[in-house]
Every structure is written in structure tokens, then in C-alpha cells.
Design a protein around this ligand. Structure first.
Ligand SMILES: Cc1ncc(COP(=O)(O)O)c(C=O)c1O
Length: 351
């Protein structure tokens, strides 16, 4: 890890906040220039800065995930983790990352913001890794490879054996984005962290946990990588309310499992019904809470749904996604509404 870390980050002495320096409980806190009287919203005790390392949350989360708190990073969405990883390992104007389109757009955007080149190696026709292509694209300045599984927007999982090939052969960090893993039948790679010091796994509270509005994402990795991420992050990157609510949510894994089951059932309903429309050419196999639906007329269909107050994501311009609309699995009622709308869209075409 030390050989691929940016030298300025390796040498960085992080900002030490008041709450980093004093971790115990005191009677009087006059160390952080907070408002000692209280806050504008008197129903919450928010006048104090939150725990910079979110230890209570990490202890609970660690028990569920089977990892130690020292192997967990929490951030302002997994988007923060993506940005921090790029800043930790990639020298601006010099280094590069590899992305595997079609995939989540923020890897490339975060790279560009940091003046880092994102080299694209498209997935193969069956939405798997092009290992030979990745090998050709990799050079001595390639620091990170972002693998998204289940992949957004195709929805399928990437073969684990291929990810392991990357982990064994790539002299950099392999970031496995498992934002949608709760909807998959395949297991998370968290248990493989012990085997691979160059593995980072990202997950999020925004999908299965239903907490996108809170903005909390997770990364799991070796102590060394997590320490570097903590060194770079803003001192208080996860707010007090977010920490409290995540701690509460972690007590309701059962509720999350129930929602996941309903969404998986609804996904199956859509997979069965959508191909009955003449303009649906196919659906990619999905292990996520969305479907990439290939259609003969994506733009018209997208516009028609918008006109009827239903928003989906038009992904038709991406490689492997020709004609593709990415449709999130909704509530049973929402899915019924979608199917009803689609049946009235079909009529003009079949006249
Ligand atoms: C694959 C993938 N990773 C990460 C994210 C971002 O997650 P967060 O809300 O935790 O920033 C998304 C959001 O759509 C996503 O699809």
C-alpha cells in the first residue's frame, strides 16, 4: 500500500479536532468553540460536534458485517469514499484509474474533479469483466480499478473468480462497489478482506436500508487503507443526527430484510410482465432493485412516462445498453401504475 499511496498523503499529519484529542466524558466542554447555551432547535442536543470516527455506529455495524471497527470507514454517502480513495492514491495530472462501462458515473466524475484520467474498458457482451482488456489498459500509473457488482446500470453481478484474478494480479487497489449487494443472491466479498490487502469494499445505507436522505456510505478495507481514508476525510464528515439514526436503523435489520424480500418479489413481477409488451426487446438479469429494460423506442417511452408523471432513467446512450431504460422497482402500486401506463403506450404502436 505504501508504494502506491501519494507521497503527500503518506506524509500528511491530519487535522486533529477537539474531539480527537479528548475522547472521554467531561463535565464542562470549553474546547471546541461550540455554543455552550444550546441550539436554535431545542428539541435536539446538537450544539456539540459529533464523534469524528463514529465509533458507536461502527461497533454495531461491525457486528452485523463481521468486521472490526478499524476496518470500517463511514462517509457522506459512498460518493465520499470514492472521492477519498482517488485523492489518497492518484497523483493529479499523472495517475489513472480504470472504470468498466457501463457503470456508475461517479467514478469517472470524481476522477476528473481530481485531474485523474479514467481509462474505460467496457464490460463484455455478457456484462462481465474484460480481463485481457483491463490488463492492456493497466500501466504503472494505474492506481485503482472500480468494479461495481451488482453493476449499475446493467443489474447483474460480476463473476467473483474474475474479481479475484484482478486482486491477485493488479498492483493497485481493487474497489468493489456493493451498493446493491443486499438484493443479490451472491455473498458480499467482505469475508475476503483478510485474503486481499488491496481490496476495498463499498456499501451504502442509500439502497436496501432506505436511508438515501441521510447520506451515509461505508467502506471496508485493511486497517492501513481505512487509516488513510480517515486521515483525509473532513473531521466531522457524518453528522450527529445521521449517526444516531444509523445506530437506530442497525437494530432493524429484520425490517430491511422484509423490504428487500418485497422488492425482490416485485422485481420478479416486472421481469415476468415487461416482456409481454411488443416494444420490450429484453431485460438484463438483475440482482439489484432495478431493471435495465431494452426497448425499441427508449426516447419516446421515456418522454411518454415523464408526461404521465413517472420518471425512469434513460441509459440508452451507454455501451451495452442500447434501447435501455433503467427502471427502479417501485412499490406494488407504483409497479402496477407503470405496467398500466405501458399497456396504453403499446396501443398506438400496434394499431
Ligand atoms: C453503484 C453505486 N455506488 C454508489 C452509489 C452512491 O451511493 P451513496 O448514496 O452512498 O453516495 C450509487 C447510487 O446510485 C450507486 O449506484
Amino acid at each position: 500500500m505504501k508504494t502506491i499511496l501519494r507521497p503527500n498523503i503518506a506524509a500528511l499529519v491530519p487535522y486533529s479536532s477537539a474531539r480527537d484529542e479528548f475522547k472521554g466524558t467531561a463535565e464542562v466542554y470549553l474546547d471546541a468553540n461550540e455554543n455552550s447555551l444550546g441550539s436554535a432547535i431545542d428539541t435536539h442536543t446538537l450544539n456539540r460536534y459529533p464523534d469524528p470516527l463514529q465509533l458507536k455506529v461502527k461497533e454495531k455495524l461491525g457486528k452485523i458485517k463481521g468486521v472490526a471497527p478499524a476496518n470500517i470507514f463511514l462517509g457522506n454517502g459512498s460518493d465520499e469514499a470514492i472521492d477519498i480513495l482517488i485523492r489518497a492514491f492518484c497523483n493529479p495530472g499523472k495517475d489513472n484509474i480504470i472504470i468498466l462501462p457501463p457503470t456508475y458515473g461517479m467514478y469517472e466524475v470524481a476522477a476528473k474533479i481530481n485531474d485523474v484520467t479514467a481509462k474505460a474498458v467496457n464490460l463484455t457482451k455478457d456484462a462481465q469483466l474484460n480481463l485481457a482488456g483491463i490488463k492492456v489498459a493497466t500501466d504503472k500509473n494505474t492506481k485503482l480499478i472500480f468494479v461495481c457488482t451488482p453493476n449499475n446500470p446493467t443489474g447483474g453481478t460480476i463473476r467473483k473468480a474474475d474479481i479475484e484474478t484482478l486482486l491477485n494480479t493488479f498492483n493497485g487497489v481493487v474497489v468493489v462497489d456493493e451498493a446493491y449487494i443486499d438484493f443479490a443472491d451472491e455473498a458480499s466479498m467482505i469475508q475476503d478482506l483478510i485474503k486481499y490487502p488491496n481490496l476495498v469494499i463499498m456499501q451504502t445505507f442509500s439502497k436496501a436500508w432506505g436511508l438515501a436522505g441521510l447520506r451515509v456510505g461505508m467502506a471496508f478495507a485493511s486497517n492501513e487503507i481505512i487509516s488513510v481514508m480517515n486521515k483525509i476525510k473532513a473531521p466531522y464528515n457524518v453528522g450527529e443526527l445521521a449517526q444516531q439514526l444509523i445506530a437506530k436503523a442497525l437494530e432493524n435489520k429484520e425490517g430491511v430484510n422484509k423490504m428487500v424480500n418485497v422488492l425482490k418479489q416485485e422485481r420478479a413481477v416486472l421481469v415476468e410482465k415487461l416482456p409481454t409488451f411488443s416494444f420490450v426487446k429484453g431485460i438484463l438479469p438483475s440482482r439489484a432493485n432495478f431493471l435495465l429494460v431494452k426497448t425499441t423506442c427508449p426516447n419516446e417511452l421515456y418522454g411518454y412516462l415523464i408526461d404521465n408523471n413517472v420518471v425512469v432513467r434513460n441509459r440508452a446512450s451507454l455501451p451495452l445498453c442500447e434501447g435501455g431504460l433503467r427502471i427502479t422497482v417501485g412499490t406494488p402500486e407504483e409497479n402496477k401504475k407503470l405496467l398500466a401506463l405501458l399497456s396504453t403506450f403499446e396501443k398506438p404502436l400496434t394499431k
